[in-house]
Design a protein around this ligand. Structure first.
Ligand code: MN
Length: 751
């Protein structure tokens, strides 16, 4: 917003201006936290001099020296947002790179990497609002990415915007409207999100002043007109409360606070009433001065005093002390009936809560920090980063506003690591998966959206954070094409389906070759083409595919042969019916019970004693222990794996890979410990963990690997992983655990 105008001021006027600049600078220094070190003050001085020099020929639209603006932004950063020395420096320099001939390299040279990085972020995002829509999406993305890098960028930007709004009068009406609207849909929600209530209200009021000047002036006029009556009412209303609080020795302050103009306007619209009928134009706020450990009790004490005097409306009690709002707001709200028959909202909070409510988390962390200067600020910045990243509740709802106003055709979503992705509107979890990598897409099983499980067809909206769940067993399906919007995903799915079809067809080709041989049909191009035509397919590949998936089989071939034989079409066949259909047609493999299968196996693998010598391992899926009925499964890379017969995977292994099954039997030599798990459920009892571990380790002499107990509403569920010798050993233990007081159910894991 810098404008260069020729200097037309007299020497005396200039001197006066310089005095004013210095005065403002000293005011800034005075609000910098007392903890600011000498070195920091020196750096702030340097930044001030640098900015003064850089902007020396610039003036604001109002005609004032430009430097007033960076000084004011720095002051807001400290005083109203709660930032520290580095942010003061960055605020002072925030327009230098954008508006003067100085470069980022200059900033780096004089002020170091950290400051330069923040200035870079500020310079980048300030372009957003100047450019065309197509560029905005990209810049917005950059802004968010920068923002997760260092939240000070967005906080200084907020201070910048607040000062620009306060001085908006100087701009032409068209610009005023544009800036006011941006403020409404981006900066005010952002301030709200971060808990800067005072800034949020001020931004909204200032915006209303330009978007709806008539309404703004009419409401503010009415507020002024009704002030005397209101003050008298407040006086009468609070007087008995004050007396009672004083009597009980509660250190407090009572304020009658008018609601912001924009919130009154909001109520007028929502309730469709004129100004005079908005009942809560003001609220009474009782601010208690009390130590932190007595906050809650004292607030409720004040509540009790208020409601002893005035009857409360039970529907309008809000306790944000027990459960603070997501942005950190804490307060107790009640609405009571005054003696004059008018509902009055009463807010009860402590001084600390009041500061946090007005100034956001910065104030909160100031309370937290003792003398360790920057650490409180750091904690607070981290917290803000968290708020901006989290996608629970209404988090990031300002992006929705953004979307509605600017980029109605795009949505912004996040990876689990907080990386931002832009997708066309209507995109689904599957589109997102393909946007990450085609392999992630191909193996997509579903997704976790803001930690909740959703199907891969789930449509996404701005602000969603998506974690894709994959499985190596997953493959793209034809109906996936209905679930995606992006061309990229569609293309990838199609090519994967084609690839898959080819692979399957390969098997089908062999299968068909065998059948043809069986039927003594010559396998040549001509015959294949005849079959393709007969089955109304497009290409040999399709024919192979149909055979591979058993849509066509030997029956169909035979039917075709007998139909065609009379016409002699297959006259070149070698003895087509010489033998008739073969009797030894492969039958569908029959399912054999596991036991039956194992009976057929001649050799038995002895397991137990010399584990190391033999190339086998105990499968972690069912953790077999000596005494269990087991079998061995020959794996490709990991030797023989031992499973329990009742392992959930056993049936599948047996029926699919019967030839890889080996019989196995325990060889009981000396005792070896095997890992096994038991699940315990019961009624929660203080001593339950102690009793359990006592029994298992000391009394029973077993080795516990892990013990995990979750209790929930009086019940508990626990998992214990222990080393046992055999099933008998384990069963004895289970019997004993069942006898512990409170234990209701004990079972072995994996059964
Ligand atoms: Mn600025």
């Amino acid at each position: 917003m810098a404008d260069i105008i020729k200097n037309q001021l007299t020497g005396a006027e200039l001197e006066e201006e310089n005095q004013e600049i210095l005065r403002q600078y000293r005011k800034l220094l005075s609000v910098c936290r007392p903890g600011t070190s000498l070195a920091d003050r020196k750096r702030i001085r340097q930044a001030f001099n640098f900015a003064l020099q850089a902007h020396k020929d610039h003036r604001r639209k109002s005609g004032e020296p430009y430097i007033y603006h960076p000084i004011a932004v720095a002051q807001i950063s400290v005083e109203e947002i709660g930032l520290g020395a580095t942010s003061v420096i960055c605020s002072l320099l925030h327009d230098v790179v954008e508006d003067t001939e100085y470069t980022l390299a200059d900033i780096t040279e004089y002020f170091g990497e950290e400051v330069a990085r923040i200035i870079d972020g500020l310079t980048k995002i300030s372009g957003i609002f100047e450019q065309t829509t197509s560029l905005q999406a990209e810049n917005f993305r950059k802004m968010l990415l920068t923002l997760s890098d260092d939240v000070r960028v967005i906080l200084i930007k907020l201070a910048d915007r607040l000062h620009n709004m306060r001085t908006l009068d100087a701009l032409p009406p068209k610009k005023q409207l544009k800036i006011a609207n941006e403020t409404l849909y981006l900066f005010a929600p952002l301030a709200h999100r971060l808990g800067f209530h005072a800034i949020k209200s001020e931004l909204e009021d200032l915006a209303l002043k330009y978007t709806d000047p008539e309404i703004y002036s009419s409401i503010s006029r009415k507020l002024v007109e009704s002030e005397a009556v209101r003050n008298r009412f407040i006086q009468d209303f609070t007087q008995p409360i004050k007396k009672s609080l004083d009597d009980q020795g509660v250190n407090h302050k009572i304020i009658g606070r008018t609601k912001s103009i924009s919130s009154i306007w909001g109520k007028m619209q929502k309730q469709e009433v004129p100004f005079e009928e908005v009942f809560d134009v003001f609220a009474i706020r009782i601010v208690i001065d009390t130590p932190e450990d007595r906050e809650k009790a004292d607030c409720w004490r004040a509540y009790s005093i208020v409601t002893d005097i005035y009857r409360p409306n039970p529907d309008r009690l809000r306790d944000w002390i027990s459960t603070p709002k997501a942005n950190g707001y804490e307060s107790l709200h009640t609405t009571v009936m005054s003696k004059k028959g008018k509902w009055v909202e009463v807010q009860i909070r402590t001084k600390r809560m009041d500061d946090v409510a007005e100034k956001g988390y910065a104030a909160h962390w100031k309370y937290k920090e003792s003398k360790s200067g920057e650490s409180g600020i750091d904690k607070w910045l981290n917290r803000i980063r968290e708020i901006l990243k989290t996608s629970e509740n209404d988090a990031l709802d300002f992006i929705d506003d953004f979307k509605l106003n600017l980029f109605s055709d795009e949505i912004f979503v996040f990876t689990p690591k907080g990386e931002l992705r832009t997708l066309p509107i209507g995109s689904t979890a599957l589109d997102f998966a393909y946007s990450i990598h085609s392999k992630v897409g191909d193996q997509c099983l579903g997704a976790k959206l803001n930690h909740k499980l959703v199907p891969l067809s789930h449509p996404l909206k701005s602000g969603d954070q998506i974690e894709i769940i994959t499985s190596v067993k997953q493959k793209p399906k034809t109906d996936w094409l209905n679930y995606v919007t992006t061309a990229r995903a569609k293309g990838k799915i199609k090519s994967a389906l084609k690839e898959e079809r080819k692979k399957i067809a390969e098997d089908g080709k062999e299968k068909l070759e065998r059948k043809l041989k069986q039927l003594k049909i010559e396998n040549n191009q001509e015959n294949i083409q005849k079959l393709v035509n007969h089955f109304k397919l497009q290409a040999p590949l399709d024919l192979y595919y149909e055979f591979a998936v058993d849509k066509l089989d030997i029956k169909d071939l035979k039917a075709y042969l007998s139909e065609q034989d009379k016409g002699g079409i297959f006259s070149y066949l070698k003895n087509p019916f010489a033998k008739g259909p073969r009797a030894d047609m492969p039958e569908k493999e029959q399912y054999d019970p596991i036991r039956e299968k194992l009976k057929e196996k001649p050799d038995t693998l002895l397991i137990g004693d010399s584990m190391e010598a033999l190339d086998y391992t105990l499968s972690p899926c069912c953790n077999p222990i000596p005494g269990d009925d087991v079998f061995g499964f020959v794996t490709i890379n990991e030797g023989i794996k031992i499973h329990r017969n009742n392992c959930p995977n056993a049936v599948q292994l047996m029926s699919k890979f019967a030839y890889r099954i080996v019989k196995a039997k325990w060889y009981t030599g000396k005792s070896i410990a095997f890992l096994s798990g038991i699940k315990i459920r019961g009624i929660d009892d203080m001593g339950i963990l102690n009793n359990l571990t006592n029994l298992i380790s000391s009394e029973y002499n077993l080795n516990i690997r892990s013990i995990n107990i979750d209790s929930n509403a009086g019940t508990f569920e626990g998992t214990v992983m222990i080393y046992v010798n055999d099933t008998q050993h384990l069963n004895n233990l289970i019997r004993k655990i069942k006898k512990i007081n409170g234990v209701k159910q004990v079972s072995r894991i994996g059964k």
